[in-house]
Design a binder for this molecule. Structure first.
Ligand SMILES: [Zn+2]
Length: 527
């Protein structure tokens, strides 16, 4: 039997704000001391009142704009009631009926992934289960940290696609400076829901597929029940997202082939065994008894261009103000880098995924551009040669530097080598002032000391010897000392020439320009 998988995702991301969602406590995900960033509000003491963190709201709206979402003019918080020890209020302030962002989409490799909604809520505390103890401890530092939740339509079709979607979403969050989205630190957490539907053999087309229980939220398109949905929770790496889905597709297909029933349940991912395992069986949808949060006013978003009066009178967030802060998005940057610098896709990917490195590259490129414009450059370089310079810069930045920095981070490079010095080295390579092995040596020293490449080249005697008469003398000596080899060459042994070039390189400690050496040798040894 053939099956069509239907996959939906829920992704949580902790927002990068100074303070928590509803109080003035510090939002510090790196705080190690338990219960340090807490106050009566986030500990839910009686009589306390929450206030909305406007920065968090703006960050969600910004994300919505980046993901082509409809932005709601009216939005409100709801209470999601459930009991758990890491939730001091006994309910979580979330959004149910009126989320900040409605339907949107994100293109992944030409496929449109539909987004149902993005809303804002608060994170819970953290339980610490000590080994061998009959109690657990609670750390409320995380309680009340602003948490954004993105829900997709059940429209994804493979583990690979889901992984690509998560990756792109993470890059967007980083570009927007909305979240650090570090999955290992739990700043971004993925959940998957997945069901399989047999493809009708006759028609070769799947019947209408939709999840039975996709939280029944507004905006879910289709409620026709088909295929039992299984949830996989707590996926904390992109690989885990992809592999758990692939595994689950296989597992469910095997069960269906044996005419067995798929149980509606929540499963976890075992990283060591690379399998999903049952965590709890969902007998019926949880009733969270949502109702509007009475302690917080609704959020109003203005889509108009506000006058000064409007700003004074209306308590609104204006979309115009947020649009002004939108950076270039990753996909736009990809297209621009490909076009402007004519770089291969692989290099563009590295420069876009690593925003700092991409910005560093563009600084080097603009240095090179300036150089081309100067008189010195103009004499020697045609404008069309710029592309060669960019290519050289990208190769040295991505390939050569990575050899040196395997263990360290890219920020290191940016701190250690200025864009000016990096560009200078590229110019030297381009002008054949240094050969590639010398360039690698210089780069290594630059990485260690951060020095100027021309100074290093001179000091280390790495400048290429291109002086004709000087080289002619050295080559003359090499010829006279190797009469036998010269004879071999004249008899047609091409390897003999390579040997002579090698002798000259040795004599000049690698500083000779091998092309010029070859040229002179050809001339001198002409039969
Ligand atoms: Zn607090």
């Amino acid at each position: 039997m053939k099956y069509k998988p239907t996959i939906g995702m829920e992704i949580h991301a902790e927002l990068k704000t100074n303070t928590k969602m509803f109080c003035g406590c510090k939002n510090d995900p790196d705080e190690k001391k338990p219960n340090k960033n807490v106050c009566p509000v986030c500990l839910a003491h009686p009589g306390t009142l929450p206030t909305t963190n406007e920065d968090a709201v703006k960050k969600v709206l910004k994300t919505g704009l980046a993901l082509n979402c409809e932005i709601s003019e009216y939005s409100q918080f709801d209470r999601k009631n459930y009991f758990y020890p890491d939730l001091p209020k006994g309910y979580q302030i979330s959004q149910y009926k009126y989320p900040l962002c409605g339907p949107g989409y994100l293109n992944i490799e030409g496929e449109k992934i539909d987004i149902t909604r993005i809303h804002l809520e608060e994170d819970t505390g953290r339980l610490i289960h000590s080994k061998g103890k009959n109690y657990s401890l609670v750390d409320f530092n995380r309680a009340g940290i602003p948490l954004m939740e993105l829900v997709t339509e059940p429209c994804l079709t493979s583990g690979r696609q889901a992984k690509k979607f998560c990756e792109e979403f993470q890059i967007i969050l980083k570009y927007l400076k909305v979240s650090d989205a570090n999955m290992e630190k739990g700043q971004m957490r993925c959940e998957v829901n997945i069901s399989l539907k047999a493809i009708s053999q006759k028609a070769g087309k799947p019947e209408a597929v939709s999840h039975k229980d996709h939280k029944g939220r507004k905006g879910q398109k289709d409620e026709r029940a088909l295929g039992t949905k299984v949830e996989i929770k707590n996926l904390n790496s992109f690989k885990a997202v992809e592999r758990s889905i692939d595994y689950e597709i296989k597992r469910q297909a095997q069960l269906l082939d044996k005419k067995k029933k798929i149980v509606q349940e929540t499963r976890g991912w075992d990283e060591n065994k690379q399998i999903t395992f049952s965590q709890r069986i969902k007998e019926e949808a949880h009733d969270y008894r949502y109702f509007p949060e009475p302690d917080l006013p609704p959020i109003k978003v203005g889509k108009e261009i506000p006058s000064d009066m409007d700003r004074l009178r209306d308590n609104k967030i204006y979309l115009l103000d947020i649009k002004k802060t939108m950076p270039e998005l990753p996909q736009d940057k990809r297209e621009r880098l490909e076009e402007e610098y004519v770089l291969p896709k692989g290099q563009v990917k590295i420069l876009v995924n690593n925003k700092d490195l991409g910005e560093y590259f563009e600084k080097i490129a603009s240095e090179l551009q300036e150089w081309v414009k100067t008189e010195e450059g103009k004499e020697k370089i045609e404008m069309s040669e710029k592309k060669k310079l960019y290519k050289l810069a990208a190769n040295y930045l991505i390939t050569e530097l990575q050899k040196l920095t395997k263990k360290s981070e890219n920020e290191n490079i940016i701190e250690k080598i200025t864009a000016e010095n990096f560009a200078e080295l590229i110019k030297m390579i381009y002008m054949k002032k240094v050969n590639s092995s010398a360039a690698q040596k210089i780069l290594k020293i630059m990485y260690k000391t951060g020095g100027d490449p021309s100074d290093i080249a001179e000091l280390e005697k790495l400048l290429q010897l291109s002086n004709f008469s000087e080289l002619e003398n050295i080559i003359g000596v090499a010829i006279s000392q190797n009469a036998k080899v010269v004879e071999d060459y004249k008899k047609g042994n091409e390897n003999a020439l390579q040997f002579l070039i090698g002798q000259v390189m040795k004599e000049t400690k690698g500083q000779a320009n091998p092309q010029i050496v070859q040229e002179i040798l050809y001339k001198k040894l002409k039969v």
